[in-house]
Every structure is written in structure tokens, then in C-alpha cells.
Design a protein around this ligand. Sequence first.
Ligand code: AMP
Length: 426
Amino acid sequence: MAKAGIQAVRGMNDGLPDVLPAWHRLESELLALANAYGYSEIRFPVIENTLLFKRTIGEVTDIVEKEMYTFEDKNGDSLTMRPEGTAGCVRAAMQHGLLYNQQQKLWYMGPMFRHERPQKGRYRQFHQFGVEAFGIEGPDVDAEQIAMTARLWRALGISEHVTLHLNTLGSPEDRVAYKQALTEYCKAHIGSLDADSVRRLDSNPLRILDSKNPDMASLIDNAPKMSEYIGESSLQHFAELRQMLDTLGVDYVWDERLVRGLDYYGKTVYEWTTNLLGAQNAICGGGRYDGLVEHLGGQATPGIGFAIGLERLVAVMEEAGFQPTPENSLYMVSVGEEARRYALALSERLRTELPKVQILLHTGQGSFKSQMKKADKSSADIALLIGEDELSAQEVTLKMLREQSPQIRYAEADLMKVLAERFSAE
Ligand code: AMP
């Protein structure tokens, strides 16, 4: 189709009616999931002070270095459109005193913004559902959050297409020794590092492990292993978590390359990937950030959370054959001015009496034939017809649209009962 007028910003999608039933299904599963695990919703702004993201996500990350939508407002303040939800969630919870000597289980859902190179599964505006639990050291809550995601995949019928990658990052102290070993190893192989990795060598060497550059793969495979540097308490946390996952029957792959290279992240990190999407195959990332609240100036409070990418999850649902549940739906056809007015009033009565049935009143002009054509094309399985005959007899005619059966006339007094029975049988 020819492109007319002003287009959407590159990498920012419209939600058109044909894909939204999958989104609605997903959103209702997410609400039910959050409720089943006792998580409360929290809402926070799309725009925050830039400093919050720099502090929370870390200066030496792709997000902060390259991907943020940052601008100065009219007062000259540097503001940023949120690239993820943890920062705003923690900021809001701290600001309103939700974390002080308390445990909290919170969830959020909404748009996030990253100036990445758009491709399938990677957008500049995308949506996340995330949870954060505060004040609980785990590993029980770590296991519970993973169980939550596993339950979601089951509810959506996609369990067989997803894999859990799990790792532990140890404590920040454990990582000091590891970072040193990794840095020494990388310096010894400096000729094989790409430009990004050379830059990270001094500022954030763990992110080198995260490199997606295939030329770096063998260097990373042969790098010192984090597990050899992890202290007793983190190892025990990880061992207990794995036992709990075994008890729950959640399979995982221990992936030592999986990192979240931020100083306040520690212990549990995980990612769910899928075999149904192309290169952008991560559908959920999670991890423990016991140092973050303190890092932002609060009382030391352990925290753990995950975020699910909704565009990718909808794409997985569609690849796995998602079909929207058909509506119970009725199309109302009327001929003549008086019948039209009567149909309008009756449509309101029907919506009151049958709140679960979709009432499609024919609006606008149209002959009986053209109205019936519309009824046939609609999602309705019953047409309700009102012409002059019906009007004078105070009756209506019901015609089944998807099966061969004679049309039947009913008195309006009997109509609600007939329709209620008909639709509850479906
Ligand atoms: P992250 O905060 O980067 O771990 O992201 C969590 C999840 O959000 C990922 O697993 C993806 O499913 C999704 N996600 C991240 N970035 C994008 C993007 N640019 N476009 C679409 N989904 C994304």
C-alpha cells in the first residue's frame, strides 16, 4: 500500500486490531499470574531523571552508553524515557517508603524505549511486564519467580519452545578477584578483542562475556570461569536454588557466560530463550540485585526481579498457533426508520441482560441485503432481524448464520430467555 502522510517513528509499532486479541490474552494471563503469587501493581512515569538510569543500569552498559532517549526539557533538566522498569520501580518504592523494613512484591507493565537498531523482535518502543521482590534474601523467592515464569509459559501453551539459562554471579566481593583474573586473561589476548571489549576491559570487564560478536566466541569460551571464584555463601544460595527448581520440576541449563555486568547485581541471574524466534530469542531476563537499593541511597535491601518482553512473547504465541477465543456475538438487522429506532433501544436492553454477548447493531444506512452481507462477514453466529412485520407483531426473527436451520420468530418477551440459553450452550 502507498505510504501516505506522516509515518510512525522508526522502531515504534502500532497495535492493530488483528494482533490485539493475542495481547489481550497475554495481559489477562499476566494479571492472573501476578495475583496468584500475591504481587501488587505499581505504576511509575515513563520519563525519569537521567541520573536514575545511569546509577541503576550503570554507565558502562549498552543501554546507558548508546540506547537511551535522553533530552533536555525546557528547564534544562536532563530527562530520559525509561529503557527498563527496575530503575523506576525501585525509585518509586524508595520515595514512598515502601521498602523501609518491609517486604514488597510488586509488578508493573508498560512501554520501554531503547534506541537500538530495529529488526524483527527488537524495537525502539517495546513493552515489558516485570516483577520485583524486595526485602527477601532467597533463594525461595528466586525459585518462586522462576516458577511464576514457567507457569506463564504453561498457561500460554509454549513450554516446549522455551529454555531456562541460569547462572550465579556470586557476591560483589567474589567478583573482584574474578574481574582481575578475567582482565589479566583478556590483556594477554588483547589482539583478539573487539573495540567494544577493549573499552570495557578497564571499566566493566564482565560485559565482555556478554559479547554477541562471533569472532569473540572462542576467546570467551576459554576465559576463566566465574564459578571458580565464587564464595561459599553464594555457592550455597545457588545450590539451594537449583535443588528447589529440581523439586518444582523446572529444567534449566547452567550457562556460565550469562552475566548482568552491573556491580550491584549478584547471585542469581537467568534468561529464558525460545527456539521459535530468530536472533532476538530472549523473552525474559531476571536476576538478583541485593546492592541496588543501598547504591541508590536507601537502607540495604535485597531485591530480585524479572522482565518479560511482550512483543516477543506475542510473536511466540502466534508461532505456536495462538487462536483468539471466538466471541458470542449477535448481529442486529433492521429495515425502516421505526424499526431502526426500536433496534437501537433493544440493543441496549440486550447488552444489559446479556453482558457477555457482543451485540453488533447495524449502524448507518443499508438495504436488508447489504445488512445481511455485513452480518455474514461479521463474527456473529446469530442475526436478529426486525422489519415492518416484526414491528407490528412485537416480535423479532432469529436467523442462524453458520448453520442451516429455519429462521424463527419470537415475542420480545421470550427473546432474552431464548438467547441466554442459546449462548450458554455454546
Ligand atoms: P532486558 O532488560 O534487556 O533483560 O530485557 C528483558 C526482556 O525485554 C528481553 O528478554 C526481551 O524479551 C525484551 N526486550 C529487550 N529489549 C527489547 C527491544 N529492543 N525490543 C523488544 N523487546 C525487547
